[in-house]
Structures are given as C-alpha cells and as structure tokens.
Design a protein around this ligand. Structure first.
Ligand SMILES: [Zn+2]
Length: 238
C-alpha cells in the first residue's frame, strides 16, 4: 500500500495528499488471500478499491482481484449474487481509534445483519473458495474477477509475484497464462520473489523461452522485495 500511495502522490508534498487517479489506474493487485489485510491497509491509506465483481463498481478505484473470494463478500438471499461489503461502507458511521495498536480484529460476522444488498433480504457469507483451485470449482460469480485478473496480466508492463510458489496442485497460473498469454507485447518485467529457490525452476518451465529475457527470480521475502521494486516506479530503494 505504501509503495502505491507514494507512486500516485504528487512529488514534494506531505501526507495526506490528494492522489492522481490516472496514476492509480496503472496498478492492480491480484491475490489468493481472502483475508482483509490488504483491504484494510488500502481503506486506511485512503486508496479506494474495486473487487471487479460487478460493472457498477468505481472505475477509478484500484482493482483488488481476490481470486478465492473474500471474508467481506457474501451471497444475497434475494438476487443470489455474490456481493461485497466495502470497508468504506462498513466503517461509515463507525469510529475506530487505531492509535498505538499493533494488531486489530474486524468482527464482520457479528455485524452481518447490517450487510444488505437487496433491501428485502440478507447476505450470507463469507464467500470464499478452497485454496486449491481447479476448473470444476470455478464459480460463475467469480468469473468477472478471474477475467479481470487475466486482462490485467495480459496488459501488464510489470508483473511482480510474491509468495506464490506455482505449486503443481494449483492450475491457476497455468490457466491464466493460457487465457491471456501474459504480457506478450508490453511486458518488461516478470519478477518473482520467493525464499524457496525451487520456485524459480517451476516458473522457468512454465514461461519457456519467450518470457525468459524479462523473467528474474529473487530468493527474497515480501518485506525484502520493495528494495528491488521501488526504483521501477521512480522511488528511492528505501
Ligand atoms: Zn441482491
């Protein structure tokens, strides 16, 4: 969140600053995590997100594509759609003093009666799908999210992958790769960060010769990746 916030803020200004929504459009996040850590960070960093479940979502917001669902999504009992409870709506009318706290717990489930879509019904959740993905479990309601992820990857200039090991049991990346033929034209960098060096071989086998000039592997953790990634966006390394 910090990197995106810095990259979209006007130079030489102090926070909080209005951000450049045109610059925000250059970013998207694709995640398998259904927890709310990223949602929470972007909400409190004043960066609006869209989950791409529905075309009515704010086009200027950052795509946060959660391929395995999310703890703040549920199924509407009236129309049957999978719908999000945006944290911006959740926190409307709520005040949370975060000063001095190192961790917090969001108890969405105990407040789920407030979560509404069609006025005459409730929403049951959370809507999450199992971590091991296969085509048989690919649910129609997640289709726009998957399509969005595929389009983002196909159109990307830079792809940074962190914490994803391309396990044999998970066909996700292979599937997306086939769907979008990732970054054939525009792609400049496909960088993978993972402390497990075996992951490098798996990615090389998938990508083949074509992407190899743009592929780099870093045996590093999430918190170590920003030293490498920040300069790509014109920011100092740390
Ligand atoms: Zn509904």
């Amino acid at each position: 969140m910090g990197l995106i916030r810095e990259a979209i803020s006007p130079p030489n200004s102090t926070s909080p600053v209005p951000f450049n929504s045109h610059k925000l459009r250059a970013f998207s996040i694709i995640t398998f995590n259904y927890d709310l850590c990223a949602d929470f960070a972007f909400h409190f960093g004043s960066i609006p997100v869209r989950y791409c479940l529905d075309v009515s979502e704010d086009e200027d917001a950052l795509p946060l594509l959660k391929l395995h669902g999310s703890l703040n999504w549920g199924t509407c009992s009236v129309c049957g759609k999978v719908v999000p409870w945006f944290l911006s709506n959740f926190f409307e009318g709520r005040y949370w003093d975060l000063a001095g706290l190192s961790n917090v717990t969001l108890r969405l489930s105990s407040m789920s009666r407030e979560f509404k879509h069609c006025p005459s019904g409730g929403v049951s959740g959370p809507y999450v799908v199992p971590p091991t993905w296969n085509k048989a479990q690919y649910h129609e309601y997640l289709e726009p999210v998957w399509r969005g992820a595929s389009a983002e990857l196909a159109d990307a200039e830079n792809i940074f992958i962190c914490g994803y090991s391309l396990p044999d049991t998970d066909n996700f990346f292979t599937y997306l790769y086939a769907l979008g033929t990732i970054g054939q034209v525009r792609l400049k960098r496909l960088w993978v960060f993972n402390p497990d060096a075996e992951v490098e071989t798996r990615f090389q086998e998938l990508l083949g010769q074509g992407a190899s000039s743009r592929f780099m592997f870093f045996p590093k953790r999430f918190d170590e990746m920003f030293y490498e990634v920040r300069p790509v966006f014109g920011l100092t390394a740390n």
